[in-house]
Design a protein. Sequence first.
Length: 312
Amino acid sequence: MPVGGKRAGVSLHRYRNAGLFVLLGVLFGSSFVAIKAGLDALPPVFFAALRFDVAAPILLVYAAWRHDDWIPRHRADVAGLVVGAVTIVAANNGLLFLGQRTITPAAASVMYGLNPILSPAFAFLLLGQRLDVRGIVGILLGLVGVVIIVQPSPETITSGSTIGQLYVLAAAAVIAVGSVLMRRIDATIESIPLTAWAMALGALLLHTWSLAIGESAAGTAVTPTVALAVLAVAIPSTAAAYPIYFTLIRRIGPVRTNLVAYVVPIVAALTGWLLLDEPVTLATAAGFCVVVAGVALLERRIVATELARFTG
């Protein structure tokens, strides 16, 4: 292949990854309203389990249809789906839903936004990956952008349960560890079948957890709002989003993939504006600019290359 063709192929691959990254942020971020509506009626861990009860069968059928080798056959494949089920599906969602039940959205967003800060630390410990000073500053800028958007204050941070705050912080740590371990295991099975099996096992783990802590959905009225909330969280924000998440971990690594935690609050703010008539404030716009600056600093080599290509 000519050099120009190779460069064009690499550039197209980068654009595809960028497009998947933005789509992932939209899918995760737009679930804000649905999760809020569902938690008003459903026990948190049970609701998290329902999310994957719906999503896993859909994705398993799709995996069987699209992939010849959709059943895990190698040790690395089994290890990958177990790690994904335990960390990214079960522990992450259970802790996050528990925390969101007792903590303010502002505090939860800030706590969960620590995920990309934790990922480099775990990548250093488990994978030996390093970030230079500018990369670290870029990640910190992203966190500053999140703080600007949610505008936490002593009142908002302390008004929620301390246990709830710890739940969300633990969820951020668990998903950071899980994404790094997934990269280290390097399963041979494709991302969609791997995700589907991880969801199925994760759903069983979440139901076991729900029963163990005495949750019960008895007496919960299955209203159209509750049903719509479950379906909205399960299909676009899970069946579609999680395969993208696992794919990006393989393609660009856990540190860059988990930067999506900085995009989610922006999408959530826009979703609230569209569906709840909450205004997009100056803080939201300013925070978005800071997030973009942080990502640009972290990915400065790619940005510089593409700018040079565009201007030259």
